[in-house]
Write a protein that binds this ligand. Structure first.
Ligand SMILES: Cc1cc2nc3c(=O)[nH]c(=O)nc-3n(C[C@H](O)[C@H](O)[C@H](O)COP(=O)(O)OP(=O)(O)OC[C@H]3O[C@@H](n4cnc5c(N)ncnc54)[C@H](O)[C@@H]3O)c2cc1C
Length: 188
């Protein structure tokens, strides 16, 4: 049983995994490797001057793995709610988790197959998104949405930021108090 299962390993999903894994939450990222970010050249990602989309995605994955997040290459079909946990069915087996974060980019088929409420998108070229609250909560308990699929602006710094925001909300729910992840620069 995982604390958090994340569907999608692009900027939103991997950024969320960095926070949940670093907070000591047992984290799995299920990704089908269809990230549109792999076609991007990024000159506007704060703090990472002139980086290719593939390099950004690989760097994010390594950061999350450093803190113990597991990545599995698979396509998630749908999730079902059990008694206090969620079951994610994929083409490489099923995974159980207390919380699920959906970060599937432009794809809403997983959300729709899971009976999660969606609505028309508002960003350019985005047809449908998950109907999520500003905190990232969806119409299903313990199921959250982050990044493009949650309706934020389709830019890596924004989707990565949204993934972090939602992860902090999930960690705070699991811990029962607001979570902060600050490391201090050691002198000398
Ligand atoms: C050509 C191009 C150029 C761009 N240039 C820029 C730019 O210069 N600057 C900028 O800031 N942004 C740019 N972007 C936008 C940016 O790349 C992303 O769109 C944005 O960051 C999306 O992040 P995300 O994590 O929400 O989605 P994605 O990066 O699309 O990640 C979603 C992940 O979910 C996975 N997934 C989906 N469904 C499933 C499923 N059922 N099971 C398992 N995995 C699933 C996909 O395989 C994918 O890896 C560009 C995009 C494109 C296409």
């Amino acid at each position: 049983m995982y604390d958090v299962a994340i569907i999608g390993g692009g900027p939103a999903g991997a950024s969320a995994a960095i926070f949940t894994a670093k907070a000591g939450k047992k984290t799995i990222v299920i990704d089908s490797d269809q990230s549109v970010t792999r076609r991007a050249w990024l000159d506007n990602h704060y703090g990472a001057p002139a980086i290719s989309g593939p390099d950004l995605v690989e760097t994010g994955k390594k950061q999350a793995e450093k803190f113990g997040a597991e990545f599995v290459r698979a396509k998630a079909g749908k999730l079902t709610a059990g008694d206090g946990f969620l079951t994610v069915e994929t083409d490489a087996g099923t995974y159980e988790a207390t919380h699920v974060i959906i970060a599937t980019g432009m794809f809403v088929d997983f959300a729709e197959a899971s009976g999660i409420r969606t609505k028309p998108g508002t960003e350019p070229r985005i047809k449908t998104i998950i109907d999520a609250t500003p905190e990232g909560k969806t119409s299903l308990d313990n199921v959250w949405a982050a990044g493009t699929v949650a309706g934020v602006s389709m830019h890596t710094i924004v989707t990565a930021g949204d993934g972090a925001k939602v992860a902090i909300n999930v960690i705070s729910e699991l811990n029962g108090e607001r979570y902060v992840d600050h490391d201090v620069l050691k002198n000398g």
